[in-house]
Design a protein around this ligand. Structure first.
Ligand code: HEC
Length: 280
């Protein structure tokens, strides 16, 4: 008795599924969803070539240092970098005295407590500190940015599809909104406090263009600081911040492939040896 009932219940479920699939398809065809501005104007990131690309890629330390300079002089005014400590900068080629100088001269001090009075105070950063937040808290961050919150950039290169390509395209992708877009989708007109950027998911980003002029930073290594160069360098730096062990991963990958090749050859020779006396 239970079995026929079970079969009946199963058939009823299948019938409901088939029915909803068919009615869904019919309504999709008869009334297709209205096109949206995002759907038509959103762009995929432009290709970006970095030294760390590919299974054998290495970071270009010089480029990471330039990217750090862009973060320090431009982005750090609004964006935190919670997960990175000053001493991590030795990994991109800064010496320990240089790191110490960068930490003590950082524009924002680290929250601390006055040991005499127990009251809240600030102190100069040390190499062991993480990069201090530019704002005291989220409310202060929003108050300074038209109610938008500049996200932490530590893992940004991993958090967005396209990673460094996306960051580079976003920073260099600000445009005036196409007139035809406004004509077609009057509701999608960029509000005055936002900025049109076809690489941002909903086309209107709260971040004002951070890199606006060539030479906005002055590189110590003589590289010409075009907007594109600065955007490429800071994207490379943020990739390092999000994945500092990338080179280890690449090295281990190569070692594992070599090991597997040797193991395969040895396995094959052992097989030949074991079966040498046997007729196949
Ligand atoms: C004046 C403050 C300000 C500066 C300077 C600034 N940003 Fe932003 N940034 C913002 C705000 C605000 C947002 C949030 C935008 C939103 O949600 O619409 C943001 C968002 C972002 C995002 C995330 C976009 C997303 O997909 O959510 C990235 C990446 C980014 N900024 C990178 C940078 C880089 C790199 C620099 C330095 C070259 C920089 N920003 C400088 C304010 C700033």
């Amino acid at each position: 008795m239970v079995r026929p009932l079970g079969i009946l219940a199963g058939l009823a479920f299948v019938a409901i599924l088939v029915f909803s699939a068919i009615t869904g398809a019919i309504s999709y065809i008869s009334e297709p969803p209205a096109p949206t501005a995002e759907h038509e104007y959103h762009l995929h990131p432009k290709p970006l070539h970095l030294a760390s690309d590919g299974p054998l890629g290495h970071y270009d330390r010089q480029q990471l240092q330039r990217g750090f300079q862009v973060y320090k002089e431009v982005c750090s005014a609004c964006h935190s970098l919670h997960q990175v400590a000053f001493r991590d900068l030795t990994e991109i080629g800064f010496s320990e005295p240089e790191v110490k100088a960068i930490a003590t001269q950082w524009a924002i001090e680290v929250p601390s407590v006055n040991p005499e009075t127990g009251e809240a105070a600030t102190r100069k950063a040390t190499p062991a500190d993480k990069f201090p937040d530019p704002y005291a808290n989220e409310t202060a961050a929003r108050a300074a940015n038209n109610n938008a919150l500049p996200p932490d950039l530590s893992l940004m290169a991993k958090a967005r599809h396209g990673g460094p390509e996306y960051i580079h395209s976003l920073i260099t992708g600000y445009q005036t909104q196409p007139a035809e877009l406004i004509k077609k989708f009057p509701d999608a007109k960029t509000p005055p406090s936002l900025h049109y950027n076809p690489y941002f998911a909903n086309l209107n980003v709260a971040m004002p263009p951070p890199l606006v002029a060539d030479g906005q930073v002055t590189y110590g290594d003589g590289t010409k600081a075009t907007v594109d160069q600065m955007a490429t360098d800071v994207s490379a730096f943020l990739l390092w911040a999000a994945e500092p062990k990338l080179e280890n991963r690449h090295r281990t990958g190569v070692a594992v492939v070599i090991f597997l090749l040797i193991a395969t050859a040895l396995g094959f020779l052992a097989y030949r040896n074991v079966w040498a006396g046997q007729k196949h």
